[in-house]
Design a protein around this ligand. Sequence first.
Ligand SMILES: [Fe+2]
Length: 234
Amino acid sequence: MIFRQLFEPLSSTYTYLLGCPESGQALLIDPVLEMAERDLDAVRALGLTLAWTVETHVHADHVTAAARLRALSGCRIAYPAGEEIEGADAYLGELAPLGLGAVTLRALFTPGHTDTHHCYLAGERLFSGDTLLIDGCGRTDFQGGDAAALYRSVRDKLFALPEDTLVYPAHDYQGRRVSTIGQEKSHNARLGDGKSEEEFAAIMAALALPYPKKIDLAVPANRRCGALPVQPAT
Ligand SMILES: [Fe+2]
């Protein structure tokens, strides 16, 4: 599998490029609007054709590049199962893996950060979205978020994966790029080292995070594949 980890600094988002050397097709997980051209250039520089964009969830902190990339390349747009998104081409669920030649992306339903969040597995790589971050996790106070659900998603589904599974999160705010399931099981300050569901719920309830700055723009746009509202002519 051809693989690249791409970074968008404003929202500290990682976008992942996965390519199949046999079919020449590629997909991008969680592309960011402002980086659409950069990401498409990266796909093409590898001699690949962009076939899909894939979202782990409806993001609140940035607008997806899905619609822009489809306009530029003719790719298709996949969202997680359980969503109803204006303009989406497909929904990925646990029973509907996405095939890309020799590469298969398997969805894992992991609610908690949002109520339809999915992580994706490709071989030994887990794309953990905002469900599991390196030494942390996504917030659980918006978009149907639920600390108990996130705890169960991580403990029952993600921590059940082989310990050497590579964890590639949707964000990191300290420049860390990759972890493993074994490392997060033992060191994750919120979810690792045998933390109980009650301890986790108390940690999440005490975070007192500010209102997400971009949520009122990003969520409605991301419910339309990232298409921004057209400004009326003056
Ligand atoms: Fe998120």
